[in-house]
Design a protein around this ligand. Structure first.
Ligand SMILES: *Cc1c(COP(=O)(O)O)cnc(C)c1O
Length: 296
């Protein structure tokens, strides 16, 4: 709704590359140009701010920032968010902050909601319960408009019109929301963060030792990206489909996020399952390397 309310055909919106594919789908449908700004997985998973700034022109309507990020699991540090805000301020652009993963952070990384870091930039914050409360599919979220300089008034009425055209989340789930927000104990979140931390540490320390694999250490969301060497393991479908066929292990193809030769792993399984998944990846990689060397 936010993407649709903020732009008309011919406009452009800056989107993260690598990022959540739905943004592009919505922009394409609306005839809005998706202008991708790079996130460098080979380094730290931060935004290349020089390139971000270079993509802005008169037709740019907003910068979309997804923090913590899907698929990278990277949480942007405060200084990085402040640098993004400075760019938005300089060009008088609104920021769409997809903060669905919010406080889902670990490795002592703190999440800073963008809107709390500057009173100067109009921010549209999108969040919901699906990730932080582990109820994907419930489709209950909210939009918070930080309407600085009254820059978002028109967008607000657009969003209200759009909200009246969709059926919205079921009333049963809406009815549960106050209880969910008030009564879920802190321990629930602590347990999730501990599990994410444990799984992330385990997967990272095991896969970094596998020749030709290079995991990117996450600090948030629920994912880990792992790069693999196609010289050693063949192309992406060989790897992803091989893992399914031979080890019953499902991973997401990096190409879904415009990151070929990467995999996206999930950090939410029980420790034991995660440990076994690592065993299976190691066995699969060992076999694949043998086959590959044989062919050579
Ligand atoms: C999951 C997700 C959402 C929204 O999730 P819903 O299940 O539709 O509430 C939004 N942005 C990102 C980046 C996500 O990963």
């Amino acid at each position: 709704m936010v993407l649709s309310a903020i732009s008309t055909p011919g406009d452009n919106i800056l989107l993260p590359d690598r990022g959540f594919p739905l943004y592009s789908t919505i922009c394409c449908r609306n005839g809005v140009e998706r202008r991708l700004y790079p996130i460098d997985l080979d380094n730290d998973g931060l935004i290349d701010l020089v390139q971000l700034e270079a993509k802005i022109d008169k037709k740019t309507k907003a910068i979309l920032i997804n923090n913590p990020s899907n698929p990278t699991g990277i949480v942007f540090p405060k200084w990085h968010l402040e640098a993004i805000l400075r760019i938005a301020y300089k060009y008088k652009l609104a920021i769409i902050a997809d903060e669905i993963y919010g406080d889902l952070t670990f490795n002592n990384m703190k999440f800073y909601p963008l809107a709390t870091l500057s009173p100067k930039v109009p921010i549209i914050c999108c969040a919901g319960i699906s990730k932080q409360y582990l109820v994907p599919g419930w489709r209950l979220g909210w939009i918070i408009l930080h309407n600085r300089y009254n820059a978002l008034c028109e967008i607000k009425s657009g969003i209200i019109s759009l909200a009246q055209q969709i059926m919205g989340p079921s009333s049963l789930i809406q009815g549960a929301l106050p209880d969910i927000l008030h009564n879920v104990p802190n321990l629930f979140f602590e347990n999730i963060r501990n599990l994410l931390q444990t799984n992330s540490d385990m997967i990272f320390s095991r896969l970094i030792r596998v020749p030709g694999l290079k995991p990117l250490r996450p600090s948030g969301a629920m994912y880990m990206m792992v790069k693999f060497d196609p010289e050693m393991y063949g192309n992406e479908s060989d790897f992803v489909e091989g893992l399914i066929r031979e080890e019953s292990l499902y991973t997401f193809s990096g190409s879904l996020f415009n990151a070929p030769n990467w995999l996206r792993l999930l950090l939410t399984f029980p420790e034991e399952t995660t440990n076994e998944a690592c065993d299976r990846i190691e066995m699969f990689c060992q076999r694949s390397r043998r086959i590959y060397n044989w062919h050579k």
